[in-house]
Design a protein around this ligand. Structure first.
Ligand code: PEP
Length: 250
C-alpha cells in the first residue's frame, strides 16, 4: 500500500561532475527495479546536472534544505521556488546536522515545512533523539516535541505530500544502526502521533523512513518492520553499487 522510498542524502559531498557521474551510475544500476521510489539529494550546486542525469527515469530529485521565504533579501539562502525550478519533488527539512550546526529549532522548521508544503514540494521531515536523550529514556518525549512543533498548524490530507524520517542522531554516520525493534517502536510512535493530528487513514498513508547507518547488509531487516517504509541514506548513498543494493532491499 505504501510504496517504499529510498533517498540518498549526499550532504556536502561531490562536485557537480562527480555528482553527475554518481547519478548516472545509480540510474544504470537501478534501471530494472520496480515498486520502489528512488530519490537523489545532491548538493544545491549539482541539482542542475543531476536533474539532467535522471531525466526520463523514474528517479526523483530532492534538495537537502531551503529557506522558508520564496524570495527576498536573504543573502546566501536558497528559495524553495528555486528547487522547483530544477525539478525537485522532495526537500529534506530539519536534518539533525541542521538542527545541531545551524541552530534550526522547531519554530524555524515549522516555517520551512509550511512554506514547502504550500509550494507543492514534499518535505522529508527529519526527527530523532540524541544518545543522551535515549539513555535518559526521553526518546518519545523528543519525538513528540519535534513532531508537534514542526507540524504545528499544518493540515495534511493527502499522505503522499509528506515523508517523515526517523533518524536517531547517535546512528547517523556512526556505523551504529538502530535495531529493527528500536526503529519499529519509534516509527509506530511517530505514526500514532500523526494519527492524533490528522486521523488514522492519513497517518497510515504517510511514508516513514529510517535513517542512520543504513547499509546493504542491514536494510533488509529494517525494511521488514511493518512501519518502516524506506531509508534516508547518507554515507552508503555515495557509492552507486551500495546504494543500488539498498534500493533492491528485497
Ligand atoms: C543521513 O545523513 O541522513 C544519514 C542517515 O547518514 P548515514 O547513512 O551516513 O548514517
Amino acid at each position: 500500500m505504501r510504496t517504499p522510498i529510498m533517498a540518498g542524502n549526499w550532504k556536502m559531498h561531490k562536485t557537480a561532475a562527480e555528482a553527475t557521474a554518481l547519478a548516472a551510475g545509480i540510474v544504470e544500476q537501478v534501471r530494472e527495479v520496480t515498486g520502489v521510489e528512488v530519490v537523489l539529494c545532491p548538493p544545491f550546486t549539482a541539482l542542475g546536472t543531476v536533474a539532467e542525469a535522471v531525466k526520463g527515469t523514474t528517479i526523483s530529485l530532492g534538495a537537502q534544505n531551503c529557506h522558508y521565504e520564496a524570495q527576498g533579501a536573504f543573502t546566501g539562502e536558497v528559495s524553495p521556488n528555486f528547487l522547483l525550478d530544477f525539478g525537485c519533488k522532495y526537500v529534506i527539512i530539519a536534518h539533525s546536522e541542521r538542527r545541531q550546526h545551524f541552530g534550526e529549532d522547531d519554530a524555524l522548521i515549522n516555517r520551512k515545512l509550511k512554506a514547502v508544503l504550500g509550494l507543492g514540494l514534499v518535505p522529508v521531515f527529519c526527527v530523532g533523539e540524541s544518545l543522551e536523550q535515549r539513555e535518559k529514556d526521553l526518546t518519545f518525549d523528543v519525538l513528540r516535541k519535534q513532531v508537534l512543533g514542526g507540524l504545528a498548524g499544518i493540515q495534511v490530507q493527502d499522505p503522499s505530500r509528506l515523508v517523515v524520517a526517523y533518524e536517531p542522531v547517535w546512528a547517523i554516520g556512526t556505523g551504529k544502526v538502530a535495531t529493527p525493534q528500536q526503529a519499529q517502536e519509534a516509527h509506530r510512535y511517530l505514526r500514532d502521533l500523526l494519527a492524533g493530528l490528522w486521523g488514522t487513514e492519513t497517518a497510515e498513508g504517510v511514508r516513514l523512513q529510517y535513517g542512520g547507518s543504513v547499509k546493504p547488509d542491514n536494510v533488509r531487516e529494517l525494511m521488514a518492520c511493518p512501519d518502516i517504509d524506506g531509508a534516508l541514506v547518507g554515507g552508503a548513498s555515495l557509492d552507486a553499487g551500495s546504494f543500488a543494493r539498498i534500493v533492491r532491499f528485497q
